[in-house]
Design a protein around this ligand. Sequence first.
Ligand SMILES: NC(=O)c1ccc[n+]([C@@H]2O[C@H](COP(=O)([O-])OP(=O)(O)OC[C@H]3O[C@@H](n4cnc5c(N)ncnc54)[C@H](OP(=O)(O)O)[C@@H]3O)[C@@H](O)[C@H]2O)c1
Length: 298
Amino acid sequence: MPTTPLDGFEPLSTLYELEPVAGEPLPPLLAAAYDGGLRFPSAPIRRTRPYVIANFVETIDGVVSYSTAPGVAGGGAISGESAPDHMLMGLLRAYADVVIFGAGSLREDRGHVRIPTFVFPSYADAYAELRRALGKTAPLPLNLVMSASGALDFDEPTFHTPGLHVVIATTQAGAERLAERLLPDGVDVRVIPPGVSGDTTQVDPLAMLDLLAREYGVRLALNEGGPRTLASFLAAGALDELFLTLAPQLAGRNDVTRRLALLEGLAFAPGQAPWATLLSVKRAGSHLMLRYRLPAHP
Ligand SMILES: NC(=O)c1ccc[n+]([C@@H]2O[C@H](COP(=O)([O-])OP(=O)(O)OC[C@H]3O[C@@H](n4cnc5c(N)ncnc54)[C@H](OP(=O)(O)O)[C@@H]3O)[C@@H](O)[C@H]2O)c1
């Protein structure tokens, strides 16, 4: 296996690291492409849930999706199909025990399968080697779709990818709707009990993470959005880190063309909004790959 990034792919270069990482099990190809090691807390910081990271790409002006335009709703139009960004997406998926995403992303970013090789197939061997080095027995991270309604399209390739175990985390009403459908093989439907708020119309992220830790052995969860799913995690205090690629593009928006920002459906009051700590800054061309730690929650 080559130990330098493949031809035509610009590796990341590290501009800043709060705590330099050494001695990590990144295979040489990934270490070269990422320009260094990558570490997550080995023991869960909070015993009741896995460590949770999120990964997004946004424009300079904070847009994450051209969601009103058919065929360009996904992050690829935002990143400019950036190979370094795709490599990073694959790397984080390879690290993860589960990739969590909302039903909205499944509906709008059609055909996308949230496994490492879907976004960066040329690093398939390196991602597989990383999972082995990390001691992960499953070749692919579990995929978890959050849906209150249970209104899902089972023709999506996510439900027909060999070896991909999919969990639908839903409400009682969503499960009743799903019970009327013929589910593809390898798909679990889990009704998540209401959290402390008692809200039965939404899935409580903390209760869902607790189930993932207890029944699926999840220690590292990757939230891939979209903005409403990310907001529900932040509202619950269930996010430890955010990986944010800043693409050098200005998308804009107006009253007619509404475009989603990083967080939707959640508005913190001034003074209550969480402040993050910058952990690292990497660069690939004019793209910036930022990594933040979110404040600890009780
Ligand atoms: N740039 C990026 O990095 C990036 C990343 C991800 C997504 N995106 C884009 O973002 C857009 C979609 O974003 P979005 O915010 O509209 O959708 P989303 O967050 O993907 O999905 C929202 C839906 O997920 C379900 N959901 C989320 N949180 C829930 C909870 N706590 N309990 C129960 N159900 C929950 C609900 O499904 P039901 O309606 O079924 O109840 C909700 O309507 C797409 O265009 C996608 O391509 C961009």
